[in-house]
Design a protein around this ligand. Structure first.
Ligand SMILES: [Zn+2]
Length: 301
């Protein structure tokens, strides 16, 4: 299987949210494009099952899980979530968490694996927000640690938005290093500190962004020495993003992906990629940016 990139995906990620800025068809569109062009093959695509409730419960509080299961989130809680709650949203979140666990396992086995889903970094133990119901990356880290296959992990969060849920979850856990590079003047208003936050000014472009990564990523990997890296390859730092105010080009984002992935690969650190956000005016741009991430990963296997 050398030279093959495992790709995790499930059709349940395409949740009907009505008229909404979050384009859930992107997951399928990315996979279809990659298959069509031959970057991945049918046999590389692996469908995850839902995360076991026990794994979800390592991060999320039992009363929050019960409310999701029973469909009894309050109107205020649904407002904070910013997506309509439905059984298919719940199913999608459980499978995304299972998918990120699986991607972590595959990364440990094969060095590199991609989840065409996941990266729901705004979910906290006791509530969801910002389109994120369940923090799949946190669930995966806790699960892999509980199984004893990972002792130390790092989260490299390159979504436009600060990874507030992940930062809060691992605030007191020295075994998990959380890094977030984001637009400072954007959601979330309150940003619980990550182990390292880089808050960029409005309009920051490729050079500023890549310089920050060059400055910090090697240092994080060498100092923290994780057994596994989770990379959130958000497409929303793109200059044409509807929710973002950074000014990265598609080429800049491709360089970002290569920089992060090469930094991990050159140190023999397994890396599990999740897609996270992306709300470009043209859906085809978001799809292209995510495809570029997978193409970069494919180049490196
Ligand atoms: Zn985002």
């Amino acid at each position: 299987m050398e030279g093959r990139l495992p790709v995790v995906w499930h059709e349940a990620y395409e949740v009907d949210l009505g008229d909404h800025v979050f384009p859930t068809p992107k997951y399928r569109l990315v996979m279809e494009r990659l298959l069509q062009e031959g970057t991945i093959k049918e046999e590389d695509v692996i469908k995850p099952g839902p995360a076991p409730d026990q794994a979800i419960a390592r991060i999320h509080h039992s009363d929050y899980i019960a409310k999701i299961k029973n469909g009894t989130l309050s109107p205020l809680e649904v407002t904070l979530l910013e997506v309509p709650f439905s059984p298919s949203l719940r199913e999608s979140a459980w499978i995304a968490a299972g998918g990120t666990i699986l991607t972590g396992e595959l990364a440990l086995e094969r060095g590199l694996a991609v989840h065409l889903g996941g990266g729901f970094h705004h979910a906290f133990p006791d509530h969801g927000e910002g389109f994120c119901l369940i923090n799949d990356v946190a669930v995966a880290i806790a699960e892999l640690k509980a199984r004893g296959v990972v002792r130390r992990a790092a989260v490299i969060d390159c979504d436009l938005h600060q990874g507030n849920g992940t930062a809060a979850i691992f605030a007191k856990d020295p075994s998990v290093f959380t890094f977030s590079i984001h637009q400072e003047n954007n959601y979330p208003a309150r940003k619980p500190p990550s182990d390292l936050d880089v808050g960029l000014p409005d309009g920051a472009g490729d050079e500023t962004y890549l310089a920050a990564l060059r400055r910090h990523i090697p240092d994080i990997l060498e100092r923290h020495r994780p057994d596994l890296v989770f990379y959130l390859a958000g497409a929303d730092p793109y200059r044409e993003d509807q929710l973002g105010g950074l000014n990265l080009t598609m080429e800049g984002l491709r360089q970002r992906d290569l920089l992060v992935l090469e930094a991990c690969r050159s140190r023999n650190l397994p890396v599990a990629v999740t897609l996270a956000g992306g709300y470009a005016r043209k859906l085809s741009d978001t799809v292209e940016i995510h495809c570029n991430t997978v193409r970069a990963a494919r180049e490196l296997v």
